[in-house]
Design a protein. Structure first.
Length: 460
């Protein structure tokens, strides 16, 4: 997997005690590094929606479970290895005997070697990911269709995202960066996904473009939850009152007085003077739910070096505010094509994060509107990349505060799934024809499920 190692970003180790060492690199760009089939213009391709695909995938799995009683590895055919991460390999797979009347669905199966992880003292990470995947029910997060063991392997069957990840997509764009409008789209959906995780008491701790996948319909899905931190969260309902005054003049009108009864003794028209008070005050109440796990605390040294928050590096303990720091780095990389504090090596990168002030490179904009949007996104990034977590935007009110920022003005959060995703400008057929993945041989496909040793994880 040398081609995968050439573009990786190192990840820090995962110990629940104070740790000053830096870990082994992530030998791949996790999940769909090399399998980034970009969608062509939607007018020339008829792709199913994520909802349709998910329903078919769920129904196929439901019928399989009904027919077999329990889902196992031998019910699946492994087609290709999609990529590998720090704790496991991900394979493209499908059900061996497709359900009659349903389309043949593709799934992503994450396979982890429990014995190897136990030796590396990382078994708890696989258990954490399984636990969190089972909790999720959100359009921007994966569905865990099945989880089972085979010999010393644990397997998680989830959604397959043919659009690849945002890092791979960015590499193919002019200047290797997204436009402001595309950045806003992906940032808004990522923010909604983080909001859901925080409401469930989950601190993600591993946000980066490599972990933001693109579904068939162009919307996003977060991946890789083995570095998450679980904690308690107490939702709060915020009410804010907005007062407005209406100045109305007193007016006289000639009309029939309202009848008090249908049997009124008189039907004579009377002149009625209608008096309306001036400066009528109207009070509108806005309600917002805030569920930010502000009491979460950990001293684990986890994450990707370029995305580590200052409080993680210092070892003083961190909470949910780390997700808003990584969100700021994520925005910066999407807009500028690089992370803000990257140094010549990992040690220099960590030093830059702690001491170097935030700066923005000069880039050319094509319009006044784009210039205005650039100013807004820089302001948001500046408020996210505050080194003191207590002064960082989102630290107390979470996503509610970030949604109010001027950069997201005009975003209809309630209908965000209805927004048309950005188009990828790529030749789909050419990309489709490339040999991007290591194919499994016929012998490998037909072998017993627990004998997948020829594809053991390269980093063990």
């Amino acid at each position: 997997m040398s081609s995968m190692a050439s573009t990786n970003r190192d990840e820090s180790s995962d110990n629940d005690s104070n740790c000053s060492s830096v870990t082994a690199p992530d030998f791949s760009r996790t999940w769909l590094t090399t399998f980034s089939f970009l969608r062509a213009n939607r007018t020339s391709l008829s792709l199913p929606t994520a909802q349709t695909t998910s329903r078919a995938a769920s129904e196929a799995m439901r019928r399989l479970r009904l027919h077999t009683g329990a889902i196992a590895l031998d019910h699946f055919r492994l087609l290709r290895r999609l990529g590998s991460g720090d704790i496991g390999n991900v394979y493209l797979c499908q059900i061996r005997n497709p359900v009659v009347g349903l389309p043949q669905c593709l799934y992503a199966m994450k396979v982890v070697d429990r014995e190897a992880l136990a030796i590396r003292k990382k078994l708890h990470r696989a258990e954490m990911e399984k636990e969190i995947l089972a909790m999720m029910d959100h359009p921007f997060l994966p569905t865990l269709y099945a989880a089972f063991d085979a010999s010393h392997y644990s397997c998680f069957v989830m959604d397959f995202c043919p659009g690849g990840d945002l890092f791979s997509a960015r590499q193919r764009l002019p200047g290797k960066r997204f436009t402001i409008s595309s950045t806003k789209f992906y940032a808004a959906e990522t923010l909604v996904a983080l909001e859901y995780l925080h409401m469930k008491g989950i601190v993600y701790r591993d946000l980066k473009p490599e972990n933001v996948l693109v579904r068939e319909d162009g919307h996003i899905m977060l991946s890789d939850f083995d570095l998450c931190l679980r904690c308690e969260v107490v939702p709060k309902l915020l009410r804010s009152k907005t007062r407005s005054e209406r100045s109305v003049k007193t007016r006289a009108s000639s009309c029939a007085a309202p009848m008090q009864s249908c049997f009124s003794a008189s039907s004579k028209r009377k002149k009625v003077t209608t008096v309306i008070r001036e400066n009528m005050k109207v009070c509108e109440v806005d309600t917002e739910v805030v569920a930010e796990p502000i009491n979460a605390r950990s001293k684990s040294f986890v994450g990707t070096h370029e995305y580590l928050a200052p409080e993680v590096i210092s070892g003083q303990g961190h909470g949910s505010a780390v997700d808003w720091w990584t969100y700021g780095v994520f925005l910066y990389e999407m807009v500028y094509g690089r992370t803000p504090f990257k140094g010549e090596n990992n040690e220099k990168t960590l030093t830059n994060i702690l001491k170097q002030p935030l700066t923005f490179p000069r880039i050319t904009v094509s319009s006044i509107k784009e210039c205005e949007e650039m100013v807004k996104v820089q302001d948001l990034i500046s408020k996210l990349l505050v080194k003191n977590p207590k002064k960082r935007i989102g630290c107390c009110m979470g996503s509610v505060e970030i949604k109010r920022h001027e950069f997201f003005k005009g975003v209809n959060w309630a209908l965000i799934r209805s927004v048309k995703p950005p188009d990828f400008h790529a030749d789909f057929n050419n990309i489709k024809g490339r040999v991007l993945l290591q194919k499994l041989s016929k012998k490998d496909k037909d072998q017993q499920p627990f004998q997948i040793t020829t594809h053991r994880f390269d980093y063990f």
